[in-house]
Write a new protein. Structure first.
Lengths: 449, 343
């Protein structure tokens, strides 16, 4: 009886409820299916926007890479000319001493000129002869000297020698100088082009891999100019930057995140660090000029000063990245460490920092990559300069990769156009390596919890 | 701890380094002279027992500022300039203890107005260039000054082509721009009676009118990079560019220089002084450093040798236009005696 009554009550209640409910949705009705279609379309559109953003970025990257690559790849090869050289004992070592000091001082330039005169005996006019000597670069005599120094038995013999060509000849061989325009309008006259064809017919012109580009310092002769001096300068500069900005940046971040009280002072410091990250880099250059050169009297153009200046610029980036990484370490780790009796310093050094390290390192490397590409602050401290010698320490005058690119881009000789693009490729290569290293570090140290 | 030590060591090394004597010449200054000075420096480094000098490209004004900052090895020994040193700069030098400076004139540089070979060659007068580029120009009836109304070349003179005026040139910070303003615009503007009258009435305004370059897009500041201008001219055959002669010399297969006052910018015409837009290039030596820093005299000697700055020297190959033999000899002798400049 009671069961019956309760059942009736339930039914009544159910009726009330179902009366209050909306009608069940008919998912197959045309209105609803239209709505669903719209939602799907919006979703597809949203995905398309994202995809097209990526496509635009990739296209821009492809155009950049192509334009640099297509202009620059030829710089990795250099035209060499084969000429028969008679290693004249009378010129090199007249007394037959075999003394390296005597051989080193010999006029190898004269030997090359003599060989060219022999190759083209019909050239007698003084002006034409001068043009003819330009077929072979002024740097070839150093190669020849080295060859003889290594192998003195060459003296007295006649050998066919591949020698590095001058820049105009190289441009002609690479097809950058067209023979179709008026003679007066090109760098090489008809006579010079006829020599080229004669040499080519002999099979005496070929392109070889241009190792000098990777081993030489800067030069005003495009065929002798290399990237190594600037690369070493960049290396020293970045080493100084890293040695300063990494420890200082990490310590500042640790203090601000883990130990600093929250008060007005720390807020001001925080705001200033964020502001500094957005200050134009030239301002740091002016600061470097005033502090390091005018007050501390450090040497101009030295990577030490460049490194110190760039360290100022990189510090905010590292501090911000390091703070974010430290903040991302879950508080439970700290609480567990403290709960088990670790001191706050032990908690930070044993637990928080190792866990935050991947993030800190990534931020540091991004900051370093930014420093690697910087020219403006270096202008003020004299690193935008023509420097032939490869720096031997962080105190020698040096320049850096982006500055080298800037200087070459501004040189009138046409052969520097391809050098500029090639130098950009080297710089991009460095950046890819550094970013790759950042990814590797992140993968290696990353921990999930 | 290790890192702090490393940093400390680095800093101390830095200070020791600063205390060491400098055995390398330091040169600053003009970006126009830079390609010539670097060529000399490289040759000097290769053929002498001295180190290759370090050369910074700071611009003429910036170079003289550094040069005049004082005597001592932290200051440069030589500065290059694409214009003559100013009286005010000599005074600054004097105030900082630099009493003796040797001036060495090294040759000439032409400034060219050039365009792509695919278009026709122009023959312009300085007045026409002024009308094309100045911000304010005399009105057609010549009575008043108006904002530059010309948008195509033929509006200035019917003999010129019906092509939009589009000139790429250096920014005001550049020495090339200074020289162009002085040699073309300022000279031309005096030829207009209405502006010449202004000279007596309002000197300040006169100066502004003569040196004011239009900002409505017809003159495009292309930065200090002349190669960039060359590339843009290749792409746009209607555009003209203003830059140094050496860039025209290197790109003669693609570009042509416009005739100015009927004279084409060629090596010979500039050398003979016929081409109207050419300037002298200089470098300045701090006499107090000669003897303290090794090699300065030898560097000057290399620069002023016929092998370098002669008619067939390696600097001529790079586009420097040499002086005649008599002047070269006079400058060389004065330079070797370190005859101080007096103005």
């Amino acid at each position: 009886m009671t069961d019956m009554a309760s059942l009736m009550e339930d039914r009544a209640a159910a009726k009330v409820i179902s009366g209050n409910l909306r009608k069940p949705v008919d998912w197959d009705s045309p209105k609803i299916s239209r709505q669903i279609k719209k939602r799907y379309a919006a979703e597809r559109r949203f995905k398309m926007y994202g995809l097209s953003a990526i496509a635009i970025a990739l296209l821009a990257l492809a155009v950049l890479t192509y334009s640099i690559g297509s202009k620059g790849y030829t710089a990795f090869f250099q035209t060499y000319v084969q000429v028969e050289v008679f290693f004249d004992p009378a010129q090199i070592d007249p007394d037959g001493t075999g003394d390296p000091a005597v051989i080193g001082k010999a006029n190898f330039d004269g030997l090359i000129k003599e060989s060219l005169r022999k190759r083209f005996p019909e050239v007698t006019d003084r002006r034409s002869k001068r043009d003819m000597y330009d077929i072979i670069s002024g740097g070839a005599s150093y190669d020849l000297r080295e060859r003889v120094m290594e192998n003195p038995s060459l003296i007295g013999q006649t050998r066919k020698v591949w020698m590095i060509s001058g820049d105009d000849f190289d441009m002609l061989n690479k097809g950058y100088i067209s023979a179709d325009v008026d003679e007066g309008d090109r760098r090489l006259n008809d006579e010079e082009i006829s020599w080229y064809h004669a040499l080519q017919a002999d099979g005496a012109v070929e392109k070889q891999f241009h190792t000098r580009f990777f081993t030489n310092g800067d030069s005003r002769e495009p065929e002798l100019a290399g990237i190594w001096g600037a690369a070493v300068g960049s290396l020293y500069t970045l080493a100084v930057t890293l040695a300063l900005s990494f420890p200082i940046g990490v310590l500042a971040a640790v203090y601000l995140e883990e130990f600093a009280p929250r008060n007005r002072f720390t807020t001001i410091v925080e705001v200033n660090i964020n502001n500094l990250a957005a200050v134009p880099s030239i301002v740091f250059g002016l600061l470097g000029l005033e502090v390091y050169l005018n007050v501390m009297h450090l040497p101009r153009s030295a990577p030490v000063v460049g490194g110190l200046t760039l360290a100022l610029m990189t510090l905010p980036t590292i501090i911000i990245a390091a703070r974010a990484a430290i903040k991302a370490v879950p508080p439970s780790i700290r609480q567990a460490a403290l709960g088990l009796g670790a001191s706050p310093v032990q908690t930070v050094t044993h637990h928080v920092l190792p866990l935050a390290m991947p993030g800190i390192l990534t931020g540091t490397i991004i900051g370093m990559a930014q420093a690697l590409g910087e020219t403006a602050p270096l202008l003020m401290i004299g690193m935008v300069a023509f420097i032939v010698d490869i720096p031997g320490s962080a105190l020698d005058p040096a320049t850096v990769l982006p500055v080298q690119i800037y200087l070459w881009a501004d040189s009138p000789e046409r052969a520097f156009v391809e050098k500029t693009s090639a130098a950009i490729m080297v710089l991009l290569g460095f950046l890819v390596l550094m970013n790759g290293f950042a990814v590797y570090l992140r993968k290696k140290f990353e921990r999930k919890w | 701890m290790k890192k702090t030590l490393a940093v400390a060591a680095l800093m101390s090394v830095a200070f020791v380094g600063a205390a060491q004597a400098r055995d390398q010449i330091r040169i600053v200054g003009s970006s126009t002279v830079f390609p010539f000075a670097t060529a000399v420096a490289e040759e000097f480094g290769k053929t002498s027992s001295f180190k290759t000098p370090v050369i910074e490209s700071t611009g003429s004004g910036g170079g003289l500022k550094l040069f005049c900052a004082g005597v001592g090895e932290e200051h440069p020994d030589i500065t290059n300039a694409s214009r003559r040193i100013k009286k005010s700069e000599i005074e600054t030098c004097g105030k900082n203890g630099i009493s003796e400076i040797t001036e060495v004139k090294i040759g000439f540089d032409g400034i060219v107005l050039s365009n792509s070979k695919d278009a026709g060659q122009l023959d312009l007068t300085k007045e026409q260039i002024f009308l094309a580029l100045a911000k304010t120009v005399p009105s057609k009836d010549g009575k008043s000054l108006i904002d530059n109304p010309y948008s195509t070349w033929n509006e200035i003179d019917s003999s010129l082509p019906t092509v939009k005026i589009e000139v790429l040139g250096p920014p005001p910070t550049s020495g090339t721009r200074d020289a162009f303003t002085e040699l073309v615009l300022e000279e031309a503007c005096e030829e207009f009676p209405v502006i010449a009258e202004l000279e007596k009435a309002d000197k300040k305004k006169f100066k502004a009118v003569c040196a004011g370059v239009r900002e409505d897009g017809a003159y495009i500041e292309a930065g200090e990079n002349d190669n960039l201008i060359v590339q843009k001219l290749e792409a746009n055959k209607d555009a003209f560019g203003i830059f140094g002669f050496s860039f025209l010399d290197q790109n003669g297969d693609k570009l042509q220089g416009s005739k100015i006052e009927g004279i084409e910018p060629t090596f010979e015409a500039i050398s003979a002084g016929d081409y109207p837009v050419s300037r002298s290039l200089y470098f300045y030596v701090k006499n107090a450093h000669v003897g303290t820093i090794p090699g300065i005299k030898e560097y000057v000697s290399e620069f002023t040798s016929d092998k370098a700055w002669g008619e067939e020297g390696y600097l001529a190959d790079r586009g420097l236009i040499p002086m005649d033999a008599a002047e070269r000899k006079a400058v060389h002798d004065a330079a070797m005696n370190l005859a101080p400049l007096s103005m």
